[in-house]
Design a protein around this ligand. Structure first.
Ligand code: TYM
Length: 329
């Protein structure tokens, strides 16, 4: 039996190369060996205020980017979280078995609630909804970037607690991180994770950035005071540029060392910029093609929802039965 894979991205901000290298590139690789479901998690996005018309447009854009990046909608399922009602329903059922202390300890909750004047309750419940996304499909593997590891541990804790209270119900999902690119750092500040929400024109490379913008951002990336690449003494900025190059090229460590040892930073930046621009070019072309076909993305999303809704319904029904709740079937 093929393993089931589930992962998700929030339709907020612009999808960047950190999202691509940390998550999407791995999804494309895994989709042929596994039964894959990739979710546009709009209910997560609204834990922070989103302008409705912008959110709607971002959902379509993100679905098109999934396909452009190589997710084949005939092989994998692309689904919008809010279209499958069971995600929100299961989240409530799981909330009732989740101690609030587990949620208050989450580092993303602490960081996000500190930066918001008044944090909505949704921000605290965020990881329970994420657990529901995964557990509702009984996913075996969850390919994500490193920043999601803590949420995945919590998902397993919630599943275990449910199973021990109500009997074996959920599959225990594994985290899958890419070998290179699990944590891509900001170009302007390599001590900070590249993020969709961070301000600053030179921080992230968006998947849809034109080549000249990619070049400008990389040429201005923060490095250190050394003149050339020294693998014994890599500063965070240089390490990040090398990681980006390696994750796009799939070069081995050996080949990276042979090629870049002693190279001046200016040349490293030029080569990294060309690698990123030439890797994103086919994605951008496919994206434009898909967006120019009226209704194409909507059809993919409607089909995705139809395909997975029965799996979600079956899990919610099972959970409700286990908990002694009333079910229709
Ligand atoms: P999100 O939308 O922030 O990010 C989507 C994916 O991109 C990865 N990622 C990165 N990887 C490497 N370097 C970076 N700088 C970087 N920034 C982001 C993330 O790890 C993620 O894999 N909570 C999730 C969305 C979610 C989800 C799920 C994921 C909701 N339900 C169920 C998996 C399974 C999030 O906010 O991802």
């Amino acid at each position: 039996m093929k393993k089931r894979v589930l992962s998700g991205v929030q339709p907020s901000g612009d999808l960047h190369i950190g999202n691509y290298l940390g998550a999407l590139k791995n999804w494309v690789r895994m989709q042929h060996d596994c039964e894959s479901i990739f979710c546009i998690v709009d209910l997560h996005a609204i834990t922070v205020y989103q302008r409705p018309e912008e959110l709607r447009a971002k959902i379509t854009e993100l679905a098109a980017l999934f396909v452009a990046a190589g997710i084949d909608p005939k092989v994998s399922t692309i689904v919008v979280q809010s279209m499958v009602h069971g995600h929100a329903e299961l989240a409530w059922l799981l909330t009732c078995v989740t101690p609030v202390g587990w949620l208050q300890r989450m580092t993303q909750y602490k960081a996000k609630s500190d930066s918001q004047g008044t944090a909505g309750d949704g921000l605290l419940q965020y990881p329970v909804l994420m657990a529901a996304d995964i557990l509702i499909y009984q996913a075996h593997v969850v390919p994500v970037g490193e920043d999601q590891s803590q949420h995945l541990e919590l998902t397993r804790d919630i599943a275990q607690r449910f199973n021990s209270l109500y009997g074996e119900t959920f599959v225990m999902p594994e985290t899958s991180l890419p070998a290179v690119g699990a944590r891509v750092m900001g170009l302007d500040d390599p001590e900070k994770k590249m993020s969709k929400s961070a301000a600053g024109a030179g921080h992230a490379i968006a998947l849809l950035d034109p080549p000249e913008v990619i070049r400008r951002k990389i040429m201005r990336a923060t490095t250190d005071s050394l003149p050339a690449v020294d693998f014994e003494n890599l500063g965070a900025g240089v390490r990040n540029l090398l990681t980006i190059f390696q994750a796009f090229s799939d070069w081995s460590d050996d080949r990276m060392q042979r090629h870049f040892s002693g190279m001046r930073y200016g040349d490293l930046k030029k080569q990294a910029a060309e690698m990123v621009a030439s890797s994103l070019d086919p994605i951008q072309r496919r994206y434009r093609e898909l967006m120019s076909e009226p209704g194409a993305v909507d059809r993919i999303l409607a089909e995705g929802c139809q395909r997975v809704a029965p799996i979600a319904d079956a899990t919610v029904n099972l959970v409700k039965q286990r908990m002694g709740l009333y079910t229709r079937s």
